[in-house]
Design a protein around this ligand. Structure first.
Ligand SMILES: [Zn+2]
Length: 328
């Protein structure tokens, strides 16, 4: 168990003799909610009931091999944005059937906010009248998007992001070859979430950020065009990471000006920051991704001009035109 989850794990240990029908684990991405939910499931399914998973019995072995017949893991299918009603109906059927091992049945619903209205309703019926010896564990990064009727039927376990110091210590132990500056940067880029930071370093994503930086430099020096940069960003595995880069760029500018007084402060950076957040939320909708990234890039370019007037910000002028189906 990750050190920052120990407090919640202790709470869970104390509840093992009076289980609830449903749990909601709420926190942010990259701190291990799914791992925690899996550990809970393993503890429940272990043959030595009332104790934490022994890692030795047949149930624990099946679970470790991802093969326990009474454990059901529901998540969005590949290339789908939502957990469909069919998936929930299928799950309900399994939960109402007799358990294979004669003990508990456990369902893990990863990111419950991905359920749509009809799948929430299908799940609600099971939560209202849960079959015997059945436990449903939901995880969520956006608790606010889960209907109150569902929330009220779950016992909640809340998780917070670990402190910067704790995360750095953990990363240092796990990636002893990485230097401090890289560790700090990985946490900043990943909103202080240690697991994402670790993956960011392991998959060498700092090379991608460097590529993004070099691209902007070549734009300022007229060695490449906005269209060329955007075409490159769209080939990134998750192109929306570009919004994080821009956002963090603006934070670094504000910090350099206000706290370190290395550069002159420009209030337009706040306008730019707000714009990036808007762009990121538009991205989640059915947006024309190429246009959106081009507008962000153009706006960034405008911010480099001396005496830039935010009223002429291209992004603000074009806002509302990125959603597909709108003529531009
Ligand atoms: Zn066991």
């Amino acid at each position: 168990m990750y050190p920052w989850l120990k407090k919640q794990y202790l709470q869970w240990q104390q509840q093992l003799n009076r289980l609830s029908h449903a749990y909601l684990l709420a926190g942010v991405d990259g701190i291990g909610l799914t791992d925690f939910a899996q550990q809970m499931s393993k503890d429940i399914l272990c043959k030595k009931t009332g104790l934490l998973a022994c890692n030795d019995c047949s149930a624990c072995n099946l679970f470790s091999k991802n093969n326990h017949p009474d454990f059901f893991h529901l998540t969005t299918l590949e290339n789908k944005k939502e957990i469909s009603i069919d998936q929930v109906r299928e799950l309900n059927k399994k939960l109402f059937a007799t358990s294979h091992q004669g003990g508990y049945k456990v369902a893990l619903i990863e990111l419950a906010e991905k359920l749509n209205i009809s799948s929430f309703n299908a799940l609600l019926k099971t939560l209202e009248e849960p079959p015997a010896q059945t436990i449903i564990i939901l995880t969520s990064y956006q608790k606010g998007r889960i209907p109150a009727t569902i929330l009220s039927r779950c016992r909640k376990i809340d998780f917070t992001t670990p402190t910067l110091i704790d995360s750095i210590n953990w990363l240092q132990q796990n990636l002893p070859q990485a230097d401090q500056a890289l560790l700090k940067k990985s946490l900043r880029v990943n909103w202080l979430a240690p697991l994402n930071a670790k993956q960011w370093i392991e998959t060498k994503q700092f090379i991608q950020e460097k590529d993004w930086q070099d691209g902007l430099k070549s734009l300022l020096e007229s060695r490449s065009s906005v269209a060329q940069l955007v075409a490159k960003w769209l080939k990134y595995e998750t192109p929306e990471v570009v919004f994080d880069y821009f956002y963090l760029w603006s934070i670094a500018r504000v910090r350099a000006a206000q706290y370190q007084r290395r550069i002159e402060f420009n209030p337009n950076w706040f306008v730019f920051q707000k714009m990036i957040l808007q762009a990121r939320s538009i991205w989640q909708q059915n947006a024309n991704k190429e246009l959106l990234l081009e507008a962000v890039c153009l706006a960034w370019q405008q911010h480099q001009l001396p005496n830039f007037n935010p009223q002429s910000n291209l992004f603000i002028i074009l806002k509302g035109n990125f959603i597909r189906g709108t003529n531009i």
